[in-house]
Design a protein around this ligand. Structure first.
Ligand SMILES: Nc1ncnc2c1ncn2[C@@H]1O[C@H](COP(=O)(O)OP(=O)(O)O)[C@@H](O)[C@H]1O
Ligand SMILES: Nc1ccn([C@@H]2O[C@H](COP(=O)(O)O)[C@@H](O)[C@H]2O)c(=O)n1
Length: 587
């Protein structure tokens, strides 16, 4: 049974449908819901997205079937409809003129850029980010802008030639053909093309008689032999329900209980490692030298009686030390400058390809440290939080620096990935997976943290053996806890102190009221240091608020004296640890 199917669903508010391509009449749609659960296994390897290919004649009802499936899968975090319409070839001026005279054959398989279509689909299926072209039926032309897409769990492909190319067929998990009466298709097409594509009836009929009909007979209809399921083009609710049941069943077999699996695997592996005497010897982990000065700092940070002001001051101080250490892992470029005396000085320069990515919100303190060391470094954010019921990490949003989002530069970028602590390693793994999906090289990722649970080292390095981890401390314990919560005042993302930014963003009182004000005052005192807001909070604010408006921050309620625990929330906590670093720093 599907993970969320029986959730009475204020926990999973109804997803938003958005059309993501601005060209008129675009059929591409993406459905985004509360967050994306791990799309990879504990080995860090992506589990492929489920792909449904839908073919059928023009106006047979392909898009309508795709949309019906999409709405029926409303508990799946990201479902994408990818239309073949986006992949029409770019045309020359002569071809455009022919098209306006209904003299261009746009119904031949060669009219579609099938290899680009297959490449984009392959990227998405493998969990990678991709860029989709946009096409205008009004201008008969491919548009200059491309659309960045990342993170679909289910992809529904639709197009008249969707089952035509063997390259595309190989990528589908399920092949569907929409079978519709020709007269009905023509009637629908006339109506649609007049209303949506700026055509006149004479032209539509001309084009139909010249190209559309013969293409249907010669290419489209014969491709129905590849279909697993034939769906009628009208009165098709029952067929769609059967289709959806099948897809749901397939998806259920892929669902994971990720964090628990990691915690258990970490335990086993840590035992094996200790028995071999290999604890922490891995050269990928850089533990700061345990000087008296560092131990003194850690003592203050671990002490439950440390005031919030002191906690912030010493956390900031420690983050700069960790950042400085991490920078020693990045090769320097030689750089010659002129001194004020006009003499050459042969020194070194920073790496232009270096960026920071903060796992929000716990990475916030590190962003401050990083900005103190490299003032103008681009810093992106990823909003990852825990599902309160399962403890699984959920990716709510990623806002990455341009150099990571661009396929041209992502292979060169070096990323300092920032989070206050790593408990099970689940949030860290998710963040690393996002970076890899964008083409960042594993060996170019350095994870910076104050504190890491021993087990997390094994979990993360087992999956991603080439990353580096720089930490101030390694703790032995990781305990599963069951924390009571009141359903109407749910706390999210507190497991092991890993990213829990959303909770603050969804509570108007906290973001606009007293506590935020207090934080602002602290930030104001730091010259040249970005506030939490500047570091990404605002960018995440609107969508999170909209999608999760029913969720409230229970701690705030607790402080206000509300009670009524409703259920239990699962969390993994590092021991002896530093407590909930996000809360101690921000609240
Ligand atoms: N099952 C159906 N019953 C009634 N009208 C439908 C049905 N499916 C599609 N249509 C209508 O037919 C037109 C074309 O449908 P669409 O799904 O866009 O076709 P395609 O994607 O195959 O070109 C639309 O106006 C749509 O409302
Ligand atoms: N510039 C273009 C490109 C394509 N067409 C027609 O679109 C039909 C396919 O789209 P459906 O949404 O109907 O599947 C195809 O039959 C082409 O003739 C067009 O008119 N102009």
């Amino acid at each position: 049974m599907a993970r969320h199917q029986h959730d009475p669903d204020h926990l999973h508010p109804r997803p938003q449908l958005q059309s993501w391509i601005s060209a008129p009449g675009s059929k591409n749609e993406v459905m985004v819901s509360h967050g994306r659960a791990p799309w990879y296994g504990p080995d860090g390897k992506n589990i492929e997205a489920y792909v449904v290919g839908i073919a059928g004649g023009s106006a047979s009802g392909k898009t309508s079937v795709a949309r019906a499936i999409l709405s029926a899968l409303n508990y799946i975090p990201t479902v994408l409809i990818l239309s073949q319409d986006s992949f029409y070839n770019a045309h020359t001026d002569e071809e455009i003129e022919l098209a306006f005279n209904n003299d261009l054959d746009l119904d031949h398989p060669d009219a579609i850029d099938s290899s680009l279509f297959a490449k984009c689909l392959m990227d998405l299926k493998q969990g990678k980010a991709t860029e989709i072209p946009t096409y205008s039926f009004v201008h008969h032309q491919r548009m200059p802008e491309k659309k960045y897409i990342y993170g679909a769990s289910v992809i529904i492909v639709e197009g008249i030639m969707a089952l035509q190319s063997p390259e595309l067929r190989d990528l589908y998990d399920l092949k569907v053909f929409v079978n519709c009466d020709s007269d009905l298709m023509l009637a629908r097409r006339i109506k649609r093309d007049v209303q949506e594509r700026g055509r006149d009836v004479d032209g539509i009929l001309d084009q139909y008689l010249r190209f559309v009909k013969s293409s249907y007979d010669n290419f489209v209809q014969p491709s129905s032999r590849y279909a697993d399921i034939i769906v009628p083009g009208s009165s098709n609710q029952l067929a769609i329900e059967l289709l959806v049941t099948h897809v749901k069943r397939q998806l259920d077999t892929r669902s994971l209980r990720f964090r628990k699996m990691l915690a258990q695997m970490g335990d086993d592996e840590a035992e094996v490692q200790s028995s071999k005497g290999e604890e922490h010897s891995d050269k990928q982990v850089v533990l700061l030298e345990q000087t008296n000065q560092l131990l003194g700092l850690m003592t203050i940070l671990r002490d439950r009686t440390t005031s919030r002001g002191d906690f912030i001051f010493y956390a900031d101080r420690l983050s700069t030390i960790v950042v400085e250490k991490a920078l020693t892992l990045i090769p320097c470029q030689p750089k010659t400058v002129k001194t004020p005396l006009g003499v050459d000085y042969k020194g070194t320069g920073g790496d232009d390809q270096l960026v920071g990515v903060s796992i929000l919100r716990s990475g916030g303190p590190f962003s401050h440290g990083l900005r103190r060391v490299i003032r103008d470094i681009p810093i992106g954010g990823m909003l990852i939080q825990s599902d309160p019921k399962t403890g699984e990490p959920l990716l709510l949003k990623s806002d990455l620096p341009h150099s990571i989002k661009s396929t041209e530069t992502s292979g060169e970028v070096k990323v300092l990935l920032l989070d206050s602590q790593m408990g099970t390693g689940a949030a860290a793994m998710m963040a690393i997976r996002v970076l890899l999906d964008h083409g960042v090289l594993e060996s170019n990722i350095i994870f910076l943290t104050y504190l890491i649970a021993k087990q997390a080292i094994h979990s993360v390095l087992r999956a991603f053996p080439s990353i580096h981890i720089v930490t101030a401390a390694i703790d032995p314990g990781l305990d599963e806890m069951h924390i009571p919560y009141n359903r109407s005042t749910l706390v999210l993302g507190e497991s092991a102190g890993e990213a829990d930014f959303a909770v603050r963003l969804i509570d108007g009182d906290l973001t606009t009221g007293g506590l935020e004000g207090e934080r602002e005052k602290v930030d104001d005192q730091r010259e040249g240091v970005q506030s939490e807001k500047e570091l990404g909070a605002d960018r995440f604010k609107v969508p999170i608020k909209r999608e999760m408006e029913e969720l409230k921050f229970s701690r705030a309620r607790e402080r206000r004296g509300d009670d009524g625990a409703f259920g239990e929330k699962r969390a993994w906590v590092i021991s002896p640890g530093m407590g909930h670093i996000g809360d101690r720093y921000y609240m």
